[in-house]
Design a binder for this molecule. Structure first.
Ligand code: 5GP
Ligand code: ZN
Length: 113
């Protein structure tokens, strides 16, 4: 198992979970680009958004709900925040395990692309 996020899920890389349940976990990005920079991932190894099956669509809703809850907990829900999912090489994805970035705590001024 050489996927870094699978290793985090398996507890093989020491990482504090801000949230966890049977389907998903959340933890702080190791190289934060904003005061709040949290990664939300499914426990199951799904390589990218492009590999998501019809049956796995509700999982995305579940992860968005976790992101919204964490935004509240971080105190950034009112000011605003951004969720980002990079998919594939040209989409800027580096870790090949589906994840949502939760960014906030500063004005995310850069526009898309
Ligand atoms: P991507 O570019 O694939 O959308 O983003 C992957 C993110 O995972 C990057 O922001 C990177 O800093 C973060 N990351 C990579 N390896 C680790 C790790 O071992 N621990 C944590 N907490 N974050 C990681
Ligand atoms: Zn994985």
């Amino acid at each position: 198992m050489d996927c870094i996020f699978c290793q985090i899920v398996a507890g093989k890389v020491s990482t504090e979970f801000l949230y966890q349940d049977e389907d998903a976990v959340a933890f702080r990005d190791i190289h934060p680009i904003a005061p709040t920079h949290i990664i939300i991932i499914p426990k199951k190894h799904i390589p990218s958004l492009a590999h998501l099956s019809e049956e796995q669509l509700p999982l995305m809703g579940h992860m968005v709900r976790i992101a919204n809850q964490l935004a509240k907990r971080e105190g950034i829900a009112t000011q605003g925040y951004r969720l980002v999912i990079n998919c594939g090489k040209e989409g800027g994805q580096v870790v090949p395990h589906l994840h949502i970035h939760l960014l906030g705590g500063r004005r995310i001024s850069d526009k898309l692309g």
